[in-house]
Design a protein around this ligand. Structure first.
Ligand code: AMP
Length: 588
């Protein structure tokens, strides 16, 4: 497939602000691919060459890319830098230089999708001596033969500035249209994708084996399953009612969710976002080999730093320190982790996800040997609200977040937020019962004091998975330090757009629109009705946050599709009313 076709589609995607058009452009592009190259298209659209879990990233610094541009077009590096200052985008710099060059050379070999993908794959996996030069050479090699428009995108890919902002669900929908002729097949593709969180794998399977192949997908060792998610309830009474008078209740640990795969001596550890984190957890890897009595297994648990002396759990911030400051070995020694296992999805070739919770739990209990690191999550079977309440109180007393109620009969529902799991956390007075994770879709330049920073607040949105769009819910201007604002502006300025992104639904304007990419955690006092925001729109009004403030900087562990959903927001709105009526009755 010629890369020119891909570049032309990228150009169209870049200028559209309509979601349906986005799907149609993608579907047309996908229908030109076959089983040998569809995965390449799917990955490149997201600026990648492999699924995130592989850890294979193209990532090249701007300096190296400038060097490659200079080399490809035989110009001085200073000239590239000067043009970059003028145009503000290295992609446009390459486009212009390729245009100049084109007038001078008579012919060059047309680029193919395969060649572009393969060079980027080599760039992503290059290592050893002379690696920097090798990367520059591979990129310059592509640029030499690129048409101007192709050069624009070839440069934007390695510096992570493709800015297409196309989510997984949109790609799945376009694949359904392209290959099965109907967007409703997106559900089948989504189900498969929930088991093997690799878009390229799913796309290839679809092109090779059709709908039948897609419907038979099972978990695969080494490829993370998309984790099951929990709903939230306003009261323990509600939980009991929804569960039909009986449920399991587990301690809810405020740690790091880990999905662990084991095949013989090989262990993979994935984060909630399905990134491969094996290297961060040598202590857990060791414990898995010692304590897990199974050859092939996929199971899940929450890792949390634990004080052996006092028997207390450390707060989340301590648990994640090993991601940041500390040397891994040092952190492992100072703050040993415990892994509280709570589910199992696969054992010795068998997909356990369709089995009911009680059976999975029994199987999980059977494979954990006694040891210092891996334990089962603490749990009870509750048959009354009182039993739930006693357990909840004992958990909170010990510094835990709350409880997780689980439907005894439910299967493991990968990738979805269902009532099979319901979380219930401790609540602070005069605030909403929970924080919201919201996607930044634009920003405001700021007035007065903030004007000098160039940013005074951000427009944030919830996620609507059904339509795969983001709907605005608040402007957030407090909670960030000046320093954080400056940092935030730097991040956002790399992903600005000349118009609202096609996946954003908004009634109000931002000063600067950005690609929906970054998630922040926000706390608010209340959810109110508002004509300005589109989240929870009832035909007249939407929902907005009252006194929103950021309680986190950009969340590294959450992508835009991991944000709080519109449905959750509506539920929180309804639950808050409920709580108000009952105010005083509940002591927590
Ligand atoms: P939240 O992040 O507040 O939506 O709560 C859901 C998270 O709670 C899961 O993603 C897990 O990381 C965590 N968690 C802690 N304890 C448990 C448990 N016993 N069962 C399931 N999830 C748990």
């Amino acid at each position: 497939m010629e890369f020119k076709v891909v570049a032309e589609a990228f150009r169209k995607l870049e200028v559209t602000s309509e979601r349906l058009e986005l799907i149609s452009i993608l579907a047309t592009l996908f229908s030109k691919a076959d089983a040998s190259n569809i995965h390449m298209l799917v990955y490149l659209l997201q600026g990648r060459v492999a699924a995130p879990y592989t850890g294979i990233e193209i990532g090249m610094g701007e300096k190296l890319v400038e060097e490659a541009i200079a080399r490809a077009y035989g110009v001085d590096k200073g000239e590239v830098e000067r043009m970059y200052k003028e145009l503000g985008d290295l992609g446009l710099v390459a486009e212009r230089l390729a245009g100049n060059k084109k007038q001078m050379t008579l012919f060059s070999e047309p680029l193919t999708l395969e060649r572009v993908y393969n060079n980027f794959y080599k760039i992503a996996t290059a290592s050893g001596e002379g690696v920097v030069d090798k990367k520059i050479r591979l990129l310059a090699d592509l640029l030499k033969d690129a048409e101007p428009l192709e050069a624009r995108y070839i440069v934007r890919i390695p510096i992570g500035r493709l800015r297409l902002g196309i989510g997984d669900a949109t790609i799945l929908e376009a694949l359904a249209v392209a290959k099965l002729g109907d967007r409703s097949y997106r559900e089948d593709l989504e189900r498969a994708y929930n088991y093997v969180s690799d878009l390229g794998y799913v796309a290839k399977l679809l092109y090779e084996k059709g709908l039948e192949g897609i419907r038979q997908v099972k978990p695969v060792l080494g490829i993370p399953i998309r984790p099951a998610l929990a709903q939230r309830a306003a009261s323990l009474e509600e939980i009991m009612q929804r569960m039909g008078g009986e449920c399991a209740a587990e301690a809810k640990y405020d740690g790091f969710r880990l999905q662990i795969h084991k095949k013989g001596d090989q262990v993979w550890i994935f984060s909630r976002r399905m990134e491969n984190m094996t290297g961060l957890f040598p202590d857990i890897t060791k414990a898995v080999l010692e304590q897990i009595d199974a050859n092939e297994v996929i199971f899940e648990g929450e890792a949390i730093a634990y004080n052996e002396e006092t028997g207390e759990f450390y707060p989340f911030q301590v648990t994640i320190q090993r991601k940041r400051k500390y040397g891994i070995e040092k952190a492992a020694e100072e703050y040993p982790l415990k892994l509280f296992s709570f589910d199992i999805m696969y054992l010795e070739g068998e997909d356990l996800t369709p089995k009911p919770y009680t059976e999975r739990r029994k199987i999980l209990e059977g494979i954990i040997k006694k040891g210092d690191t891996i334990e089962l999550s603490e749990r009870i079977i509750a048959r009354s609200v009182k039993e739930l309440r006693d357990f909840f109180e004992s958990c909170v007393e010990r510094g835990l977040e709350g409880i997780m109620a689980k439907d005894l009969k439910a299967p493991y529902i990968a990738g979805a937020r269902k009532w099979a799991w319901i979380k219930y956390k401790r609540v602070m007075k005069s605030q909403l019962s929970d924080t919201l994770d919201l996607v930044i879709v634009g920003y405001y330049k700021g007035r007065g004091q903030r004007a000098k920073l160039g940013i005074g607040g951000v427009l944030v949105a919830v996620y609507d998975p059904k339509n795969d769009v983001f709907k605005t819910v608040a402007k957030v201007g407090s909670g960030f330090t000046e320093e954080q604002f400056v940092q935030l502006k730097q991040l956002l300025d790399q992903i600005t757009l000349p118009h609202k992104h096609p996946r954003v639904v908004a009634k109000i304007d931002a000063d600067v629109w950005v690609e929906p990419k970054y998630v922040i955690t926000v706390l608010a006092d209340e959810i109110t009705r508002s004509p300005n925001h589109t989240a929870g729109w009832d035909g007249e009004r939407g929902l907005a946050l009252r006194f929103p403030r950021a309680v986190s900087f950009v969340r590294e562990d959450k992508g835009p599709e991991d944000a709080t959903t519109e449905e959750e927001l509506i539920q929180m709105y309804k639950q808050q009313k409920h709580v108000k009526v009952e105010e005083g009755e509940d002591s927590y």
